[in-house]
Design a protein around this ligand. Structure first.
Ligand SMILES: Nc1ncnc2c1ncn2[C@@H]1O[C@H](COP(=O)(O)OP(=O)(O)OP(=O)(O)O)[C@@H](O)[C@H]1O
Ligand SMILES: [Mg+2]
Length: 241
């Protein structure tokens, strides 16, 4: 649906506009590095470090700083990428397992950094978050019945946790697509929300196919420009808090 693509592009846009950005990959299949423009090889190295936790080759990192160091790397535009995907064997008290990113977020509280998390599909990670566990949820949907159903659950989960949410209509082709999402989802969710549209964009799909970042190979393409505007909205939201 575009979570990883949008998260990577957004993290870079926010960093370029002056924010100190940590991109947090919380997906069991961590691919955020690709969308950030880190390349397939370096992205795979980070995956191996996580896998090393299970095999015992990588020592557990009980602090946010240790985790950032061991499972992180510098990505383009000054973004710091950290892979916090779930591992199967959870040790008690070990936050590096990334069972819920809120553990890491809690440890980072008070820092001025902006964290852009790429969560797993569905609502699992959000459901494990505590009240107010994030400042903003970007719920990404597409104009299809299935995607809208999942997004509705995600918006509901955010609302229950007092996390403000913005709905992003990705891969839209026409105004009618956005309107469909607005009319289908607005009343059911029952919260006044902004809907931001990101158009279907062949250059973005091509970048992904090539394992490259849209921000590098198609910086002026309509979807990348739309995500930049999203970044401005996120910036304003953060500034107003
Ligand atoms: N606006 C867009 N225009 C064209 N293609 C897009 C757009 N957004 C995403 N895609 C394509 O859709 C596919 C899925 O995108 P992406 O990997 O970002 O989704 P995801 O939500 O992270 O998926 P997953 O749930 O598997 O993690 C990719 O091939 C990507 O290039
Ligand atoms: Mg993804």
């Amino acid at each position: 649906m575009g979570k990883t693509t949008i998260a990577g592009t957004l993290a870079r846009a926010l960093s370029r506009s002056g924010h100190d950005v940590l991109a947090l990959d919380c997906d069991a299949n961590p691919m955020l590095g690709i969308s950030l423009g880190l390349g397939a090889e370096r992205t795979e190295e980070l995956v191996s470090a996580r896998e090393g936790l299970e095999s015992g080759d990588t020592p557990h990192q009980p602090t946010a700083a240790g985790m950032e160091e061991t499972f992180g790397t510098d990505a383009p535009d000054g973004v710091r990428l950290v892979v916090a995907a779930r591992v199967e064997q959870v040790e008690p008290g070990c936050m590096c397992c990334g069972v819920s990113p809120h553990q890491l977020l809690r440890d980072m509280e008070g820092e001025s950094r902006m964290v852009v998390g790429d969560l797993e599909a569905g609502t699992g990670t959000l459901m494990r978050m505590p009240q107010g566990g994030a400042n903003l949820a970007l719920v990404i949907t597409q104009p299809t019945a299935k995607a809208m159903q999942v997004a509705r659950h995600a918006l509901e989960a955010a609302k229950q946790r007092a996390i403000p949410a913005v709905l992003i209509a990705n891969r839209v082709r026409t105004d009618a697509d956005v309107e469909l999402i607005r009319t289908t989802m607005g009343p059911q969710v029952g919260i006044p929300m902004a809907i931001l549209a990101v158009p279907e964009d062949a250059a973005v799909a091509q970048a992904d196919q090539d394992g490259l970042a849209p921000a590098d190979v198609a910086p002026e393409s309509p979807a990348v420009l739309a995500v930049q505007r999203l970044g401005q909205s996120v910036s304003e939201f953060a500034g107003a808090r």
